[in-house]
Design a protein around this ligand. Structure first.
Ligand code: AMP
Ligand code: MN
Ligand code: MN
Length: 317
């Protein structure tokens, strides 16, 4: 596949889905493709499935058309996943992936082995949104599509900060800007802005964080009872691990929160020396060299110790 048009030509129905707990790149790439097809191929009956995207993405067009649950048996002509690293990670509509006549996987995770019939996976690229951009016809990209793709790129590059940001990423962001939207508003409101409570919780996690491995690893945590006290969920805790990573001297940062009693959602970040995707994969998760995640169960101290031991193995190399 060179261009998405090769896939869309002549089909009648299309399904689009992202991963569980959709992040900015997931929402941006899925909505980017959805809007592109709606605008340029109105004859295709297109559905998009995303599991409760955050309200901060409300500035994107047609967000109200997102389906948050499936409805009976369906056989799409084509089903496309974006930003999904493995089949089990399809957040919603995995059943429709299985029953589709043709499946397509568009992604940028190095851990992705290619679970579609057609795979367009570019491991080194900043975001699934940037991968998608390369499949679209430039002149068919509207302002609405550009806003969605731009959103995905800024979220997965930490606003052009991470090492996956390439000259191509910047060039594409520049092309998108030409479509004329308020990019500083998107960056502030979808990426940096926090509610008062979210800031309070981040402050608390930072205050209670611990340094391990001679200051090369920093760990932050939040227990369920504290999340209940502040009335926050996992979505409110995004960005905490990025702040931990910026601690001077650390090679890796871990943030864990208790999603269910004795079950933890683990976020890992690295400054380069440690490949955190290996650590996440060891515990059944995945991701990228510098950003990865997994789910673990047990006592909080066991979870931290087990993660710390795996980081230590790489720090010794
Ligand atoms: P997060 O820390 O949740 O922002 O995730 C960082 C990266 O790791 C993302 O690119 C995810 O795709 C990946 N990731 C997070 N959790 C998992 C998981 N349980 N299994 C596989 N990949 C994951
Ligand atoms: Mn993602
Ligand atoms: Mn991504």
């Amino acid at each position: 596949m060179e261009k998405i048009s090769e896939i869309l030509e002549g089909i009648q129905t299309l399904g689009i889905a992202g991963h569980v707990r959709p992040d900015g790149d997931c929402v941006g790439s899925c909505m980017g493709l959805y809007l592109y097809v709606k605008e340029n191929y109105p004859q295709i009956q297109t559905d998009i499935y995303l599991d409760h995207p955050k309200e901060v993405f409300g500035y994107l067009d047609r967000m109200d058309e997102i389906k948050m649950e499936t409805a009976g048996e369906k056989h799409y002509d084509v089903f496309i996943t974006l930003d999904v690293s493995s089949k089990e990670r399809i957040g919603l509509a995995g059943e429709y992936f299985d029953t589709a006549k043709k499946t397509v996987c568009i992604d940028h995770h190095i851990s992705n082995l290619g679970f579609g019939q057609i795979n367009y996976i570019k491991g080194g690229i900043s975001s699934a949104s940037e991968v998608l951009y390369n499949l679209l016809d430039e002149e068919k990209i509207s302002r609405s599509v550009a806003m969605a793709i731009y959103t995905g790129i800024i979220h997965d590059t930490g606003v052009f900060q991470y090492s996956s940001t390439s000259p191509d990423t910047m060039r594409i962001a520049g092309e998108l800007m030409k479509k004329g939207f308020n990019f500083n508003k998107i960056i502030d409101e979808s990426f940096y802005q926090k509610t008062y409570i979210q800031n309070q919780v981040m402050g608390r996690v930072l205050a209670e964080s611990i340094l391990l491995q001679h200051g090369k690893l920093v760990v932050g945590y939040m227990k369920k009872k504290d999340m209940d006290f502040y009335r926050v969920d996992g979505k409110d805790l995004e960005g905490i691990v990025s702040q931990l990573r910026l601690t001077k001297g650390v090679e890796a940062a871990i943030f864990i929160y208790e999603s269910q009693p004795q079950t933890f959602k683990v976020s890992l970040r690295s400054n380069g020396e440690v490949d955190v995707s290996k650590v996440a994969a060891f515990f059944g998760g995945g991701g990228h060299v510098r950003a990865a995640g997994c789910d673990m169960s047990g006592s909080m101290y066991d979870v931290i110790n087990n993660l710390s031991d795996q980081i230590a193995i790489q720090l010794k190399d």
